[in-house]
Design a protein around this ligand. Structure first.
Ligand code: NAD
Ligand code: IPM
Ligand code: MN
Length: 371
């Protein structure tokens, strides 16, 4: 909430295909806000290489303040060749990782639920993916992404040494574990915790702390543990076995891209990154597709905007309390796909729509459903 009780949703398209797909998510969100007369104002901020070229910063203080004060953030993507060319210090200050950390967006929810119309698009067999409904809960503000020490140094013998540190405190583990267990209670109450406790001490701690939280606070949750390498295999062998997967920052990043193939394309996957519940009952929240800036297809209006549009559904559900509208939006996406709307990544060589036309196809289905 900003001055004078203004309630805002910040939109930041970012780099590469980010602005293209986010424009479609934004358009749909704006329509729902208008139709339901919701008290939210959309505030657009610059992020990434274009912001750096204009302001010398990937995210200005004003833009970050707008994010901090918002009810929710709809984000596009970060990274790519232009972004990578920014000097290291400027690239790191205020980047997406810094935003996640500053807002303590510790719980990253990545749902994987294929739409039957796209089963053929998947590299996996229809019988393997039909009926999959799982969520990866990825710890987002700890682990090797943030551990110290880190860096590249030159050793006395002239060799260079690169260092990153994978570490977790029990508090960090317990916090995301509770988020995963709470989520599981709204689903099938089954959680699979994924680490590499056979090799890593931080993985051993992970497993022990998750089990302890289960035993003392969530006896109703069915918990099992799986090694991360096996989980990667199980995700493509038999993904239906999973309800909620709870894992660390790095494994969550990798396993979610792998799991994307269940839906037919990485372009389909949304995510919600949630902070702790505040005293006023709200929480910081950032919604973004799981995919990146896709430099190979940026600027051509061929990217699939459904990851961003599904992210808007998550935003409606988790930040605005508009569960019914979220359901309608997901139905509108399913209807558009059933009517044959496809972007290139899910068209299997057939006719495909531009990013904008795909957004329009969902919007027109939504108009029919909005009562
Ligand atoms: P990527 O996710 O950008 O792309 C991987 C592949 O998927 C590419 O072939 C791309 O064309 C395709 N793809 C991605 N999104 C798509 C969409 N919406 N529609 C159709 N196809 C799509 O991953 P990458 O190429 O490894 O990384 C590119 C840059 O993006 C890197 O700088 C990376 O750090 C960054 N990245 C950012 C985020 C984020 O913003 N959260 C996530 C992942 C990667
Ligand atoms: C993601 C991305 C990011 C991550 C990058 C862009 C830092 O791959 O959100 O999945 O690794 O967390
Ligand atoms: Mn990733």
């Amino acid at each position: 909430m900003t001055v004078a009780g203004r309630r805002t949703i910040v939109i930041a398209g970012g780099d590469g295909v980010g602005p293209e797909v986010t424009a479609e998510g934004r358009r749909i969100l704006a329509r729902i806000i208008d139709k339901r007369a919701l008290p939210f104002e959309l505030v657009d901020v610059e992020y990434g290489a274009s912001a750096y070229n204009r302001h010398g910063k990937v995210l200005t203080e004003a833009a970050f303040a707008a994010m901090r004060d918002a009810d929710a953030i709809l984000f596009g993507a970060t990274g790519g060749p232009e972004f990578d060319a920014i000097p290291a210090a400027a690239r790191k200050a205020g980047n997406l990782l810094a935003v996640r950390r500053e807002l303590d967006l510790f719980a990253n929810l990545r749902p994987i639920k294929p739409v039957p119309e796209l089963h053929e698009t998947s590299s996996l067999k229809a019988r393997v993916i039909d009926g999959v409904d799982l969520v990866i809960v990825r710890e987002l503000v700890g682990g090797i992404y943030f551990g110290q020490p880190r860096g590249i140094e030159v050793l006395a013998n002239g060799e260079r040494l690169g260092t990153n540190t994978h570490q977790y405190t029990s508090t960090q583990i317990r916090k995301v574990t509770r988020a995963a267990f709470d989520l599981a209670r709204t689903r099938n109450s089954r959680v699979c915790s994924v680490a590499k406790e056979n090799v890593m001490e931080a993985g051993r701690l992970w497993r022990e702390e998750v089990q302890a939280v289960r035993d003392s606070e969530y006896p109703d949750i069915e918990l099992n543990h799986m090694l991360a390498d096996n989980c990667a295999m199980q995700l493509v062998r038999a993904p239906k076995q999973f309800d909620v997967i709870l894992t660390d920052n790095l494994f969550g990043d990798i396993l979610s891209d792998c799991a994307a193939m269940v839906t037919g394309s990485l372009g389909m996957l949304p995510s919600a990154s949630l902070g702790p519940l505040r005293e006023d009952g709200r929480r910081a929240a950032l919604y973004e597709p799981v995919h990146g800036s896709a430099p190979d297809i940026a600027g051509q209006s061929i990217a699939n905007p459904l990851g961003s549009i599904y992210s808007v559904a998550m935003l409606l559900r988790f930040s605005l309390g508009r569960r019914h509208d979220a359901d309608l939006l997901e139905q509108a996406i399913a209807n558009a796909l059933a009517a044959g709307a496809r972007t290139r990544d899910i068209a299997m060589g057939g006719e495909s729509l531009s990013t904008t036309d795909m957004g329009a196809a969902v919007l027109s289905e939504l108009e029919r459903l909005l009562d």
